[in-house]
Design a protein around this ligand. Structure first.
Ligand SMILES: [Fe+2]
Length: 298
């Protein structure tokens, strides 16, 4: 991992190859990415009423704030328009809509000054998404909703692209997590008791790379990148969108970033929707990735 490509003109296949080698891609806003940001802003404005969303945290108790997010975030995730706009983004980025699958977009918040860092506003410790049962070919797309700065962004820790981290992913099973934890996010206001895969060794987070794209600009990276939420002390909450994609050819060929340290079980493969018609991945393909749940007879 040594290169950040800005507005690269590579085709999707060449881009995926470089992403699986750890490179980062950043693109200027497109009509659909700006549309997605506009949709998010509309829903945010409705949720916070007269308050400025980036500073609303200073005018509400954390429990009330968590309740606002608990209503706002699912509204965005499941809005029919958000899927249509992602289809548009993929088309504008040269992805095949027949071969590219995506999962529903998430809205994330990183509040300032440790106001709310658990549950519905979880501040992500350094992790790879592949510790959370994502396939090695998953790509993550990330867009800021309002202008960001380095102090309220996300960080990559490039040293660990090729260096394994001792971690607890062996205890993580995606299906188990869905059953027990995911839908309780808003309840974890003061403390987050959900078991998540973590590093089991001291990490050196520097040198790190933070990419500051303009509003609606998109950052694309491999799910195998070690990344974290930058502890926000800027006095403004960060709002961002992310979603994930996979390409069927890579899924079938078991192509993707190298797995150097992930031992989780289960798979997120059933979550992705084909960009052309929102169909799921064929069940027999999902089954190839679905390693047995913890405790299951082998
Ligand atoms: Fe992540």
């Amino acid at each position: 991992m040594d290169t950040l490509l800005f507005d690269a003109t590579l085709d999707d296949e060449a881009r995926r190859t470089q992403l699986y080698d750890g490179q980062l891609f950043v693109y200027s806003p497109t009509p659909s990415s700006l549309g997605l940001v506009d949709l998010a802003r509309q829903l945010i404005a409705e949720a916070f009423g007269s308050l400025d969303p980036e500073t609303a945290q200073y005018h509400m108790p954390a429990e009330g704030y968590a309740a606002v997010l608990a209503e706002l975030k699912p509204k965005f995730i499941h809005h029919p328009e958000s899927k249509r706009l992602i289809q548009g983004m993929l088309r504008e980025r040269g992805c095949s809509l027949e071969k590219t699958y995506f999962d529903v977009p998430r809205m994330r918040t990183a509040t300032s000054d440790d106001y709310l860092t658990t549950g519905i506003a979880y501040a992500f410790h350094p992790h790879r998404d592949t510790w959370y049962s994502a396939p090695q070919c998953q790509l993550n797309w990330w867009l800021p909703i309002y202008a960001i700065e380095s102090g309220r962004s996300m960080a990559f820790h490039p040293k660990y692209w090729s260096q394994p981290v001792r971690n607890s992913s062996r205890g993580y099973n995606y299906h188990e997590w869905n059953r027990s934890s995911r839908f309780n996010a808003a309840q974890h206001v003061k403390q987050d008791t959900r078991v998540q895969p973590r590093a089991e060794e001291q990490l050196e987070l520097d040198p790190q790379i933070r990419v500051i794209a303009p509003v609606g600009g998109s950052l694309i990276f491999s799910a195998a990148q070690l990344h974290s939420t930058v502890p926000n002390q800027t006095g403004r909450t960060r709002f961002s969108i992310d979603f994930r994609t996979i390409h069927l050819d890579d899924v079938e060929a078991q192509r993707g970033a190298p797995n150097i340290d992930s031992a989780c079980t289960g798979t997120t493969m059933a979550d992705y929707l084909r960009a052309s018609d929102l169909a799921h991945i064929p069940a027999e393909v999902i089954a190839q990735y679905d390693t047995p749940p913890i405790g299951a007879a082998s």
